[in-house]
Design a protein around this ligand. Sequence first.
Ligand SMILES: C[S@@+](CC[C@H](N)C(=O)[O-])C[C@H]1O[C@@H](n2cnc3c(N)ncnc32)[C@H](O)[C@@H]1O
Length: 401
Amino acid sequence: MSNYVELFHRLDALLVKNRHFWQFMPFAERGFVWHQNLPFCQWLMALDDNQLQLLGDDIHALTAALMPWIEDAEVLTQLATEIQPLARTKTFIPQGFDSGIPGRKWQQIIAFNEVLPALGLPWLEWCAGKGYLGRVLAISHQQPVTSLEWQQQLCIDGEQAAKQLQLNINFVHADAFSADSDEAIVTNQHAVALHACGDLHVSLLERVVAKKVAAVSISPCCYHLIRQSHYQPMSAVAKTSTLVLSKHDLRLPLQETVTAGNRVKQLRFVEVSFRLGFDLLQRELSQTDIYLSVPNVQKALLTQGFKAFCQWAAARRGVQLPENIDFDEWQRQGEKRFRITERMELVRQLFRRPLEIWLALDRACFLEEQGYDVMIGSFCDKPITPRNLLIHAERRDRMHL
Ligand SMILES: C[S@@+](CC[C@H](N)C(=O)[O-])C[C@H]1O[C@@H](n2cnc3c(N)ncnc32)[C@H](O)[C@@H]1O
C-alpha cells in the first residue's frame, strides 16, 4: 500500500467518524446541531468575538481548545501536517518578467516554478489566464510552452507579452472541456495547472492519464466547481469511501476565517443576522422547517432596518407577512442564530485542511493507480495563497518512452 493510500484511509476514517461536526450547513440549522451536548454548546456560546477570531486564525490553538470536545481533534491536525513544504530550487528570473502581475500572484508563480523538477520537457499550461506562469517556465527551463485558455482577450494579452519578452509560448484559445483542447495534450510533455478550478483540473488529469503524458503538476482550487451535483471520486481507493460530498461540503476547504476590519464585520453581522431572522420568521409563517434563501441585497436597504429587509425579502420570495409581527423579537432571534452559526463554522474549521488533503489524496492515488510516481506538498506559505497544495506526478515508465 502506498503512503498516500494509507494516509487517505486514516483521514477518511476520521472524517467519516466525525462527520456530524462538519458535514452540514450551519446557516440552514435553527440552532446548534450538537444541542444534545449542552456543555459543548454553552462553552461555544461563552467564546467572545476576540476569542473566536484568535481561534479561527490559529489551527493549533483551535485544536487545543476543541480537544476536550472532539477526541480526534489532535490526530486530525497532526495528520494534516504529514503534507510538508516542498523543497525549492532558487531560480533567477530576469527583471521585467513580473510587469503587470499582481504581487501575490507573482510570489505564487515563483514558488510554483521553484518546486517543479526540471525534466527537460515542453510545457502545457492548462487554464493559463494571461500565461504568467508560462512566461516564468519558458525563461527558466528554455523549453517551449503551450498555454491553453478559454478567454480570448487573455490569450491576446498573453501572446503580446510573450512576444515582447521574446519567449517561445504558443497560446491555444480553447475550452478545456472540448475535444479540440485534446490536441494540445501530448505524451512528451509536462502539463501544469496553477489554480485550475474543480472539473477543469480533474479533466486535465483524466486526459493526461489517457495520453500517458510524461509529467503533470497541479495546484487544485475551487473543488466545488463541478458539473455533477456531488463529488465524483477519481481513485479506486476514494470510490470505496462512504463520504458523499455535496457542493457545500466541497466549499469547506476554501472557507478560511477572514480577518476583516470592524466596519466590514459589522456590515456582515447586520446582513447575515437579518437573513437568519427573516428565515426563522418565514419558517414560523409557513409552518415548515426548511431554509429559504433570499437573493443578493443592495447594501443601502440594510440601513433601513430589519422590518424593511423582511418586507423586501417577503416580496421577493412570495411570503405573506401578517400585520402583527414583532420584528424586534425576530431580529433578536436572528442575531442569536448568527452567533450560533459563526461558532458552528469555527468548529468546521478543524476539518478544513483534512478535507482538502483528502481531496488532494484522491487525485494523488488516482495518478498512482494509473502508473505515476506522485508527490504532494505545499509550494508556498499560506499568506501567499491558502490554496498552496501541489500534486506532482511523473510516469514510472517515462524513461522507456
Ligand atoms: C483561477 S484562473 C487561473 C489562471 C492562471 N492559471 C493563474 O493562476 O493565474 C482560471 C483560468 O481558467 C480559465 N478557464 C475557465 N474555464 C475554462 C475553460 N472551460 N477552458 C479553458 N480555460 C478556462 C479562466 O478564464 C481563468 O483564466
